[in-house]
Each structure stands twice: as structure tokens, then as C-alpha cells.
Ligand binder design. Structure first.
Ligand code: AMP
Ligand code: MG
Length: 416
């Protein structure tokens, strides 16, 4: 591909539209125990099996009564009591109150619950304290107020988190359908790489991208499959790419810059790849490549060629590969989730304008001031500086048209 490089937002729009175009219908589904659905994408909606609540429920310990009667502040005889777990009782006799516990069904005829702390007792009678008032509906959640039987409460494609699992349990799902995790092939390339359990020789470095990308893939809902590292030769890359063809997504690290041994693009081209873009105006990560290789008639393998420097690989994964992976996993939320934070210190722009920058930053979500989350960029020696990266917990976004950011400015950050 020649000509002008795409901006961050242009490249991001291409990735998001590709991701949205992936159809969920071809995804495989499995049924898992509800507790194992955490972090999985739901493949079926959560549907209310009955009204929620199924009965008018008291939200307080107190006395169910009629608001009009209680508001006279006269003693009302206590005609009965209902505990949580007991069947709905009543009806409430006229001019009476009914002792009730949190979570218990409100007896028919009562329209309010007066908190136990707001009444005075005289034997088997109670009266609302003179400084208190009550109105119909207070401390009662009506039958079906939260949801109606057969309502779809959460749609398929939602990530299973604690709230969704609690809701599914409330609706009687002991097992639930989730999408199978997409298989993500991770191919690291480079003559200089040695595995983590080997000593490095002169000029060699350990392959840190393979384990880093594997955990990023897991965190984004994929099943990583780390392939043997390929050396920088056309033959090695050809063989490695063939091994990756069964995966749902291919991540290649290294070999996409403009150097003489950056052989990944030609190897992909030999496989008949279509390139959606080669290079983006971002820093780090400018050489990023995105495309797909056709395999069977109806199926293609999407791939990202991630620049080999570890911070570039991480940033481009989170910004571009994670959204595609989220869609392949069946998720409906696919864009990177930026959050806002306040810049603790001014940041000067060192790079050329026109590049959107993603600087390693450390965000303090509980600053001593008690105010907004405070983020500061972490001093670094470029995109290979793993010690600096390990002191950060996010990327700070510096938009392409911004030359410097003052302390106190609101910025977008992307969490690691
Ligand atoms: P490349 O993208 O292949 O030009 O590599 C850019 C830089 O990233 C070089 O300094 C490489 O040594 C380094 N690098 C490439 N792959 C890895 C890897 N798997 N782990 C750690 N560093 C890497
Ligand atoms: Mg290389």
C-alpha cells in the first residue's frame, strides 16, 4: 500500500467496521456452569422466568400499613407478621398494621412500609413517630416493577460479569450458553529472540512478546496458541504462516518495519493476503499491518502484523487487535474503552505532529486529594523500555493535533 498513512481514527474505523461485519451466527457455542460464565460472552439472552420481584416486596424491616391511616399518627393494632421466605399473607384489616421483615411479601391491602426505627410501640400496637411521614409505595418494590416474566433482561453478546451471573441465577439458569473462545495464533519473529528459559548470547534478547501477547489475548477473551518463533527468512515465515491458518485470528510480532529483514508483509502477500492498511500515524506502533488471508471459500483469517517493540506490540494489540478479538468472541462491546483522567504534570510533545501518541502512564485512581483520577506519563527510553512499561498501568492518549498538555488537563487513557 502506498500514499499517505491513515490517521489513528481512520485506521480504527476500518478495524471497527471489519469487526462489526463479522457474523455471530458462525460462532460455536458451549453450555457452562453458571459460575464459569465469568469473563465469557453470553450466547443466549437472560430471560425473566417470572416477574421480578415475583411478589410486592418490603425493602425494610418495619410495619406494613395504609399510608393514609399511618399518617394520622394514631396507634394501630399489629394484626400479624410476615418473615422473608413466608408466603404472602393478609389481607391487612382496616385500621391495622402488619409486622414485616426485609424481603418479605407485603400483605394485600397495605400500600406502605414504615421503618421499624420510625414507629413507637405500645404492646401489640404501633404508631408512626410524629416527626415522620409516609406515602403510598414507600419501601415497597411492586410485583414486576423490576422486570416482567419473559422480558429479555440481558442480550446475547454481553460479557458475563458478577451482575449478569447474579441475574442469571435469579432467573434459574444453572448452566448458560457462552461462545467458545476464539483461537489466536501468536507468531513472534526475529533472529535475535531466545525463549524465556534460555541464556541470551551476544546480541540476543528473550522473547517477551510471546507471553505478553498470550496474556493480552486471554484478557480479551481469546485462547492463545503460541507458535514456535520464526527466524527472519522467507522460508521460515512461509512455514510458520501455514501453521497458523487454522486459527481464528493471527498476531505476528516483529518484521513489519522497513528494515531489510522485515519480511512479514512479503510473506503474507505470498499467501494471497489482502491488506486493509499498512502503517498508521500513531506512536508507538506506526508500522502496524492489518489484513486477512483467504483460506476456504467462505472463510478468511484476519491478521495483525504488530511492530516488535514490546510497548508498540501492546499498544497496537489493545487499540486494534482487541476489538477484532472481542467481535470474534461474540461480544457486542468492541471498541477500546478509554476513560478520562486528569494530567498530574505537563507533557511536552517530542514527536512530530500528526501522530496520535499513546504514552505509558501511571494513573492514580485514589489520589490523596480525593478528586479525579490523576495520571502522569512515565519517563521512558522508547517503545522497547520494558522496565518503564512495567511501572505504568495505562496509555495516555495525546491527540495528533496537540503539541503539549498542561497539568490539570483532562486526557483519555487506555488501561492496560
Ligand atoms: P521489529 O519489529 O522486528 O523490527 O523489532 C523491533 C524491535 O523489537 C527490535 O528491537 C526487536 O529486537 C524487538 N522485538 C521483536 N520481537 C520481539 C519479541 N518477541 N520480544 C521482545 N522484543 C522483540
Ligand atoms: Mg525483527
Amino acid at each position: 500500500m502506498s500514499g499517505e498513512l491513515l490517521s489513528y481514527s481512520e485506521a480504527s474505523a476500518i478495524v471497527v467496521s471489519f469487526a462489526r461485519g463479522l457474523s455471530r451466527s458462525r460462532l460455536e457455542v458451549e453450555r457452562v456452569e453458571l459460575g464459569s460464565a465469568s469473563g465469557r460472552v453470553l450466547a443466549e439472552p437472560i430471560v425473566a422466568d417470572q416477574d421480578q420481584p415475583a411478589f410486592a416486596r418490603s425493602t425494610r424491616d418495619g410495619f406494613a400499613c395504609r399510608a393514609a391511616e399511618a399518617s394520622r399518627h394514631e396507634f394501630l393494632p399489629v394484626a400479624g407478621a410476615t418473615h422473608a421466605g413466608e408466603a404472602p399473607a393478609g389481607p391487612l384489616p382496616v385500621g391495622a398494621a402488619w409486622e414485616i421483615m426485609t424481603g418479605a411479601p407485603v400483605p394485600a391491602g397495605a400500600d406502605t412500609v414504615v421503618m421499624i426505627e420510625h414507629v413507637e410501640r405500645d404492646g401489640k400496637r404501633i404508631r408512626m413517630l410524629s416527626k415522620r411521614s409516609t406515602a403510598a409505595g414507600d419501601n415497597i418494590v411492586g410485583k414486576g416493577a423490576q422486570a416482567r416474566q419473559c422480558d429479555e433482561l440481558v442480550s446475547a453478546g454481553t460479557l458475563g460479569g458478577p451482575a449478569q451471573i447474579a441475574l442469571a441465577a435469579a432467573c434459574g439458569y444453572a448452566r448458560i450458553a457462552v461462545y467458545k473462545r476464539p483461537c489466536v495464533a501468536i507468531l513472534t519473529t526475529g533472529d535475535e529472540l531466545v525463549p524465556v528459559d534460555r541464556e541470551t548470547g551476544p546480541g540476543q534478547i528473550r522473547n517477551s512478546n510471546a507471553p505478553m501477547l498470550a496474556v493480552l489475548v486471554k484478557a480479551a477473551g481469546g485462547e492463545p496458541r503460541v507458535l514456535p518463533t520464526a527466524v527472519d527468512t522467507a522460508e521460515a515465515l512461509n512455514a510458520a504462516l501455514h501453521q497458523a491458518m487454522e486459527a481464528d485470528l493471527l498476531l505476528i510480532s516483529g518484521g513489519v518495519s522497513a528494515g531489510r529483514f522485515d519480511l512479514v508483509e512479503p510473506a503474507l502477500a505470498r499467501m494471497g493476503a489482502t491488506f486493509h492498511f499498512t502503517g498508521v500515524r500513531i506512536q508507538p506502533g506506526k508500522p502496524l499491518v492489518f489484513g486477512e488471508v483467504q483460506r476456504a471459500a467462505q472463510s478468511s483469517l484476519p491478521f495483525f502484523g504488530l511492530p516488535g517493540n514490546p510497548i508498540s506490540s501492546a499498544a497496537t494489540f489493545l487499540l486494534f487487535a482487541a476489538p477484532v478479538l472481542a467481535a470474534l468472541a461474540g461480544g457486542s462491546e468492541i471498541g477500546p474503552q478509554f476513560v478520562a483522567a486528569q494530567l498530574a504534570r505537563a507533557t511536552e510533545r517530542k514527536a512530530k505532529p500528526g501522530l496520535t501518541r499513546f504514552l505509558p502512564g501511571l494513573c492514580d485512581f485514589n489520589p490523596p486529594s480525593g478528586g479525579l483520577a490523576q495520571v502522569a506519563t512515565v519517563p521512558w527510553h522508547g517503545s522497547g523500555d520494558l522496565p518503564a512499561f512495567a511501572r505504568s498501568n495505562c496509555f495516555v492518549v495525546v491527540p495528533e493535533d496537540v503539541s503539549s498538555l498542561d497539568a490539570g488537563a483532562m486526557v483519555r487513557i487506555l488501561m492496560l
